[in-house]
Design a protein around this ligand. Structure first.
Ligand SMILES: Nc1nc2c([nH]c(=O)n2[C@@H]2O[C@H](COP(=O)(O)OP(=O)(O)OP(=O)(O)O)[C@@H](O)[C@H]2O)c(=O)[nH]1
Ligand SMILES: [Mg+2]
Length: 129
């Protein structure tokens, strides 16, 4: 059976800007842009996993997050369940602690970046809200 992963993903928003990071070439869906996040570990809630991943990857302290969208997507090599939360309250300066290229991008400019196929609906929803 295909590998299945449950992922906590953060859409980090500051005014009209969203924080995105470029996946390393050797990662799954490498070279594409992503919203930061990572796998939910055993015993964690999605909210806990999100706070932990955003602290480890981009050095922010999440103050609150709200559920935004859930996506199930099948890639040829794995199935992902993305639990996407909106993060508008956090402390610290977002940067990338794992060396990934990163930037704040206007919602209307997200179409200029290549994301994994699963992310298409996230961007559509951001742009229609
Ligand atoms: N973080 C993140 N992952 C995403 C997004 N869209 C998407 O399809 N994914 C997929 O979700 C999975 C989880 O990503 P991840 O960063 O936690 O894990 P990984 O497989 O790159 O690395 P790892 O196994 O070393 O933890 C990956 O297969 C990734 O391709 C997204 O916007 N953000
Ligand atoms: Mg990750």
């Amino acid at each position: 059976m295909k590998k299945q992963v449950h992922v906590a993903v953060g859409v980090i928003k500051k005014a009209n800007l969203i924080f995105i990071a470029k996946r390393h070439d050797e990662q799954h869906q490498g070279g594409k842009w992503e919203f930061p996040g990572g796998k939910v570990e055993a015993g964690e809630t999605v909210t806990q996993a999100l706070a932990r991943e955003l602290n480890e990857e981009i050095g922010i302290e999440v103050k609150s997050s709200t559920p935004f969208l859930e996506i199930h997507h099948d890639y040829p090599d794995k199935s992902v369940h993305l639990d996407i939360h909106l993060v508008e309250e956090f402390d610290g300066q977002a940067r990338h602690l794992e060396g990934q290229d990163h930037k704040w991008v206007a919602i209307s400019d997200l179409n200029n970046y290549e994301f994994p196929a699963a992310n298409v609906v996230i961007i559509e929803k951001l742009q229609t809200n």
